[in-house]
Design a protein around this ligand. Sequence first.
Ligand SMILES: [Zn+2]
Length: 274
Amino acid sequence: MEDKLKEIVESFLSTQSRITFLTGAGISAESNIPTFRGPEGYWKVGSNNFHPQEMATYQMFRQRPEEVWTWYLYRMGVCKKAMPNSGHLALVAFEQMFGDRFTLITQNVDSLHLHAGNSPERTRQIHGNIFFMRCVSECRNSVYPLPSEIEAKKRGDSLTEKDRSLLKCPDCAGPVRPHVLWFDESYNEHHYRLYSSLQAASETGLLVVAGTSGATNLPNQIVSEVFRNSKPIIDINIEQSPFSIPAAKSGGLFMKETSTSGLNKLLKTFQELI
Ligand SMILES: [Zn+2]
């Protein structure tokens, strides 16, 4: 594997092309953030236990906005306690190494990449950011940080009067929603950087995928685009994913590793060869 990795990195460094990273829940899991698609994501409302794929929908928000907000404020609390890990730091080192040739596309809403030090300009948060909110009626198309006074929730909590007064659009005082992409919604450029992510994929000379199993549509499109352009893909994952075979066929590599270990091996190879 090491020879192959060297060969890919050497060949990439002989060009002046761009490098793109795509990260998913695996890298956050190493900072103790559960995927929320697993058992940790279940949420009790009354006597019903809802699956995350039911909670994280616009339909549920329409029906039970307070329960959906409580669930998000619980998840926000989990994300707030988490610290970036050495995989996140490796990505900061890659951004320093490549500057404007670097793009980071992340499915994670936990802000850990920004917290670690990646720049907002080169980071595409394609599923949003749990520390932000926006107006339900999109009166201004703006995104606002959650008010600092708002407190995280525990299981069994509900919204307080104070929460209700804080969860209002700063412009029109109407209801706000979490700034995240829900399962029954579509990607767009304004909030989720759909086109700029696909453009980064079409221009990249190397794609590195870390900790994502490719369950959602845009990551699939990104990998397919790079594959179509015959550019190498490195897939770092603890188990085979739908990206592992395209990665091997693209002249790239499947690294059966955790995100932190794989990204640091890759970083070390770049540092030795640059
Ligand atoms: Zn508004």
